[in-house]
Design a protein around this ligand. Sequence first.
Ligand SMILES: [Zn+2]
Length: 57
Amino acid sequence: MAEKFSVKCPVCNGTFSASSEQDAIRMAQEHASEKHDMSLTEQDARDLVTREQQSGH
Ligand SMILES: [Zn+2]
């Protein structure tokens, strides 16, 4: 069962998904930096990550 991680940007409400928590954190940090000129610490970014279980049907 695959797990998916999603990140929601608190500034623009954009959402991103990644296949690992580490990727999701990095995406959040890059997005914040590129789009909002904001630097997120790893902890800040981790707080934005939601773990989604893909249960399938
Ligand atoms: Zn954003």
